[in-house]
Design a protein around this ligand. Structure first.
Ligand code: NAD
Length: 303
């Protein structure tokens, strides 16, 4: 039997409707400022997507660019200035930063009440408390939780295995799965040093994979009926039946496609629910950023 597909676009649409309803109640326009240092092709794509998502919903998106030679101290003082500007609702830092700049230090210079990505120590710290509802949290982790929630399955006590322990996905998701005193799942976190990954993944009733390695999770590593959330985004070559790359006639280069970390065709025959890539977690992540922005505004205006 084939797994039910978790439709990220449908989840994102419902959250967009919530955001639009909230924005209608607010008297002010929200402003998201993106800080970019130097030029980077990868962040150019993110900026374009963030800008169009914000504008579609009616949020002002301003890009503030700094020269790639800016010193760390100057960048920190520029971000502090933005942090004090009352017209700005949230600040997002575009990665990567040039090598001479310590990105952790820069992230920490964003005030917690403008930290739309939920990555400052104060906002991450709130994820530890069972009795505090964090205003914001890392968007991808929130997106994973929305995908799980959309199945309607109760997570209480379930074996949840998280593969990948990064600060933006694996670690915050683990804390979110533990956020209830009585109804939490039972998470296990696997990572690069985990000795036998399959031992863990095979007993997962909820399997969350955030690594960045295509083909890492094969069908025989998945428990029957599991909820499989594939966070990975990988670009790979399209191959023909002989295993040779398919060449694009126009460019003369191999044709590419986007896949996750899970072998989708195998996994969908075993899992109970699965997120596709693209169209799963990634489709929800940008709207979670905007939901964070609305939550920052509401929290500030209530204080
Ligand atoms: P990261 O590089 O910070 O972390 C990777 C994690 O994978 C680490 O914890 C590492 O220990 C673990 N790992 C590496 N090899 C492993 C192996 N063989 N077995 C088990 N664990 C292993 O990555 P990240 O920033 O968390 O991103 C992970 C993936 O998610 C990437 O493909 C990224 O593109 C994608 N991503 C998707 C979204 C989205 O919205 N869908 C957002 C962010 C990141």
């Amino acid at each position: 039997m084939s797994a039910k597909i978790i439709d990220g676009n449908k989840i994102a649409e419902a959250i967009k409707q919530w955001i639009k309803a909230e924005l209608e109640k607010l008297k002010e326009n929200l402003v998201l400022v993106a800080v970019q240092v130097g030029e980077n092709p990868a962040s150019r794509v993110y900026i374009k997507n963030q800008k169009s998502s914000c504008e579609e919903i009616g949020i002002q998106y301003n890009l503030v660019q700094f020269d790639s030679n800016i010193s760390e101290d100057n960048l920190i003082s520029e971000i502090k200035k933005l942090g004090q500007d009352e017209k700005i609702t949230g600040i997002i830092l575009q990665m990567p930063l040039p090598n001479h700049i310590n990105s952790r230090k820069i992230q920490m210079s964003i005030p917690e009440e403008k930290d739309v990505e939920g990555v400052t120590p104060a906002n991450l710290g709130k994820l530890l408390y069972a009795d505090v509802q964090p205003t914001v949290a890392p968007c991808t982790a929130l997106s994973v939780m929305e995908c799980i929630k959309s199945t309607g399955e109760n997570i209480k006590g379930k074996e949840a295995v998280i593969v990948g322990h990064s600060e933006i996905v694996g670690k915050p998701v683990t804390l979110m799965l533990l956020s209830s005193l009585l109804d939490s799942a039972t998470p296990t976190v696997c990572h690069i040093a985990t000795k036998d990954l399959a031992i863990h993944t095979k007993r997962a009733e909820i399997l969350i994979v955030a690594v960045g390695k295509p083909g890492l999770i094969k069908g025989d590593m998945i428990k029957k009926g599991a909820i499989v959330i594939d966070v990975g985004i990988n670009r790979i070559q399209i191959k023909d039946e002989k295993g040779e790359p398919v060449i694009d006639d126009k460019t003369g280069k191999p044709k590419m496609k986007t896949v996750g970390d899970v072998v989708f065709d195998e996994a969908k025959e075993i899992a109970g629910y699965i997120t596709p890539v693209p169209g799963g977690v990634g489709a929800v992540t940008t709207v979670m950023l905007i939901k964070n922005l609305v939550n920052l505004y509401k929290s500030e205006s209530a204080s």
